[in-house]
Write a protein that binds this ligand. Structure first.
Ligand SMILES: [Zn+2]
Length: 373
């Protein structure tokens, strides 16, 4: 079974590159619309044939480079095919947004050393990207798909579909699904297949973190060598403490899940933070190394317990009704900490909604995996 998630990455082009990317996006859009008209009239959806039909014109009239001309034909075919599979009548597909489909290792490449390289009107350019949350995609188990270069509100993003092979043998034995919503007020909230919500409390963690922060701040202001020494000492003490907490939490969670469980976590924040609003709550924690470490510990301990860990897209987990799936911002009353579904009327404390939705996503995932095998 294959698992695909979309990594959303912010890239940081310099002023010159920004201009070049925008020109490239514009040229690609015009080129796509030209090719789309040819497809609309000729109904040709064969890659080689369409490239033959349009290549020379794209090169000479639209000044597009060789590889880009081919990628445009591929992108247009994909759009027509997806329109057709959505049961749309044969109609002209228009390209309105500044987007550019990039084939991996041909139109773009991306390396763990912070460099994203892309084909433009002026040839290859190398652009730094935000690596946070991307690190684990370079562990050799993920495949990079055809990426989209997206221009939105003066900023540039890459949407890269990442695919990984998941062993499905483990999943046939699943006896419990545990949705785990990790936070700071509660170390974690879980929801399992017996419809039980469990709160792993961690009130003191927030306080302790606050204490460390205050001490650090006063030491930073002093600027003396001894203050800096103490700062370093406190920093490593705080890290050791955090690691300790992570060991305890991961152990408790995996034990609570039991053998043959599917543990469902939220995808790491760095991957989505580029384009989506994230929960401000506990942000320092969910973007930091500690959260990443906790997840690695859970994965490691789960494996030893015949359990599997998956991470799912956390979009809307706090706004979606876990009973009927209805998503609306107004479902949640933050002030009163109440979740009240506008469609089916389901009411609950809002702390458990995230875990319930992760549990639900785990069920959907399991159905998809076991029925496709
Ligand atoms: Zn509902």
């Amino acid at each position: 079974m294959e698992l695909t998630i979309t990594a959303k990455v912010k890239i940081s082009p310099n002023e010159e590159q920004k201009k070049l990317l925008l020109e490239t996006l514009q040229a690609v859009k015009v080129g796509c619309n030209f090719v789309s008209e040819q497809v609309y009239q000729s109904k040709v959806l064969t890659r080689a044939k369409l490239i033959n039909m349009t290549y020379e014109t794209l090169r000479s009239h639209y000044s597009l480079r060789s590889q880009m001309s081919q990628s445009i034909a591929i992108a247009v075919i994909a759009k027509y095919k997806s329109a057709k599979s959505n049961d749309h009548n044969w109609s002209l597909v228009r390209f309105k947004k500044p987007e550019y489909d990039l084939v991996f290792n041909r139109d773009y490449s991306i390396r763990p050393n912070k460099i994203f390289s892309v084909n433009t009107l002026e040839g290859r350019v190398q652009i730094p990207y935000e690596t946070k949350g991307m690190e684990h995609f370079f562990d050799g188990t993920w495949r990079f798909g055809t990426a989209k270069l997206v221009y939105k509100k003066q900023k540039y993003f890459l949407h890269i579909p990442m695919t990984k092979e998941i062993p499905d043998a483990d999943l046939k034995e699943v006896k419990n699904i545990l949705g785990v919503d990790v936070g700071l007020n509660f170390l974690a909230v879980t929801f399992n297949s017996q419809d039980t919500t469990t709160f792993f409390k961690g009130r003191h963690r927030k306080d302790k973190r606050g204490q460390y922060k205050r001490v650090r701040k006063s030491l930073q202001q002093k600027q003396t060598p001894s203050a800096r020494r103490r700062l370093r000492a406190i920093g490593s003490r705080e890290n050791r403490w955090m690691t300790d907490v992570n060991h305890q939490v991961s152990k408790a969670l995996v034990e609570h899940a039991g053998k043959n469980s599917l543990i469902v976590l939220e995808e790491l924040e760095g991957i989505r933070s580029a384009t989506e609003k994230v929960r401000k709550r506990d942000r320092w924690y969910t973007v930091g190394w500690a959260f990443y470490q906790l997840r690695q510990m859970i994965e490691y301990k789960a494996k030893r317990n015949q359990s599997t860990v998956i991470a799912v897209d956390p979009a809307y987990t706090s706004q979606t009704c876990p009973k009927c799936g209805h998503t609306e911002k107004a479902n949640r009353n933050k002030k009163k900490h109440i979740f009240h579904c506008k469609t089916c009327g389901y009411i609950s404390n809002d702390d458990r909604i995230g875990a319930m939705n992760l549990h639900r996503k785990g069920m959907e995932y399991l159905v998809a995996v076991t029925t496709s095998a």
